[in-house]
Design a protein around this ligand. Structure first.
Ligand code: FAD
Length: 382
């Protein structure tokens, strides 16, 4: 067993870290304050070839492994979690499923544009009445000649305002709760497709979340992803990949809060000594470091398993559950270590705290992660 990263992974970390510190660091607080995604980021991420991290070179991707993807998301999120979310969703639940289940014609049509950042992708399953209960979606896809006609509305779509390609969860022809789930590739310019206003969020404010409305949108049949009525299975598998990326995001946020806390506690003098010399503070640092290390091991383990073609649903859920909780706890303690200054918007600590919370909600809440883990255990995957 080897706990060392390979040279190629260290190289990815060094280059993405240096990019994030140079390019993203000045923009992160502005995007958070103004609740605005900066379009120049798309070009900068393209120059780093991070829009199709695991996509083969023949479709314009970087053809790196999944661990490289996780390290990239971790490093971007260490500086700007909103951008980490943008890149993570685009890669794991946008480009990757198109590569995995798309036919050759779809790959040719979409992957080059997605891998180059010419087009940004979103994944849209959640609806006003269907959150954790993912089987209760109502968005209908009805066959009509050469098309499907889509009707329904979606909410909380990450990348909503910047994406032009959406993988949309629909029900094919039926309102039966157990049947018909079909993933359809919707392009934002299709007639009848409307993108709602940006949500006003607590955190991740540099990523534009919107609703999506479909009013008799005619989607050609060639835009069905994979097989008809297999959409639920695909969505659950996509989310297994996606969740490891969300855990990597949480890890990056926690790492940033921890590094700031070590530095601040060594420089902040109270009672004539650095506050790091008070056990009440240094024990917090020890807890942070330990939790982050444990989270990182779970994240990389799940990433490793996904590459071995082994079942990794349980491991993906475990790493998301744990890393997102660690991010919430670590950012909360970081705020405490920074005292009143941590509560002010001049420092990034309160942003980390707000950003971290989202990781316990999207791509399945922590309660749903526990359901997945428990189901696996009780089915014999101990
Ligand atoms: C910032 C953000 C971005 C998002 N991006 C996307 C996106 O790009 N695409 C997309 O499709 N969705 C997206 N979502 C939606 C997200 O996946 C859902 O919010 C999430 O799955 C929870 O659904 P809900 O909000 O309807 O909460 P609900 O399902 O109503 O849950 C409310 C509470 O009840 C709990 N609960 C529900 N069922 C159970 C149960 N069986 N056992 C125990 N507890 C339960 C939940 O854990 C939660 O605490 C995003 C959400 C946010 C906040």
């Amino acid at each position: 067993m080897n706990f060392e990263l390979e040279e190629k992974h260290k190289l990815v970390r060094r280059s993405v870290r240096s990019f994030a510190e140079k390019v993203l660091a000045p923009l992160a607080p502005i995007m958070d304050r103004e609740e605005e995604f900066y379009p120049e980021i798309i070009k900068e991420i393209s120059m780093m070839n991070l829009w199709g991290i695991t996509i083969p070179e023949r479709y314009g991707g970087a053809e790196l492994d999944f661990i490289s993807y996780l390290i990239s998301i971790e490093e971007i999120s260490r500086i700007c979690a909103s951008t980490g979310l943008t890149v993570s969703v685009h890669n794991a639940v946008g480009a990757l499923p198109l590569y995995k289940w798309g036919n050759e014609e779809q790959k040719e049509r979409f992957l080059n544009d997605l891998a180059s950042g010419k087009k940004i992708a979103g994944f849209s399953w959640t609806e006003p009445n269907a959150g954790s209960d993912a089987r209760s979606i109502e968005c209908m896809a009805e066959e009509d000649g050469k098309d499907f006609v889509l009707n329904g509305s979606k909410i909380f779509v990450t990348n909503g305002a910047i994406a032009s390609v959406f993988l949309v969860g629909t029900r094919y022809q039926t309102i039966d709760r157990q049947k018909g789930f079909t993933l359809v590739i919707v392009e934002k310019d299709m007639v009848g497709c409307e993108i709602g206003p940006k949500e006003n969020k607590m955190g991740m404010r540099g990523n534009p979340t919107t609703s999506l409305y479909f009013n008799n949108v005619r989607v050609p049949k060639e835009n069905v992803l994979g097989k008809l009525q297999n959409g639920f299975k695909y969505a659950m598998q996509m989310l297994d990949f996606g969740r490891i990326g969300i855990a990597a995001q949480a890890l990056g946020i926690a790492q940033a809060a921890y590094e700031h806390s070590v530095k601040y506690s060594k420089g902040r003098i109270q009672f004539n000594k650095p506050i790091s010399q008070f056990q009440g503070v240094s024990f917090k640092l020890a807890e942070m470091a330990t939790k982050i290390d444990a989270a990182r091991l779970l994240v990389y383990r799940a990433g490793y398993m996904s590459e071995q073609n082994k079942s990794f649903s349980k491991e993906a859920a475990m790493c998301k559950l744990f890393a997102s909780k660690v991010a919430r706890q670590v950012t909360q303690e970081a705020l405490q270590i920074h005292g009143g200054y941590g509560y002010m918007k001049d420092l990034p600590i309160e942003r980390y705290y707000r950003d971290a919370k989202a990781c316990e909600i999207y791509e399945g809440t922590s309660e749903i992660m526990k359901l997945i883990i428990a189901n696996q255990i009780l089915r014999g995957n101990i």
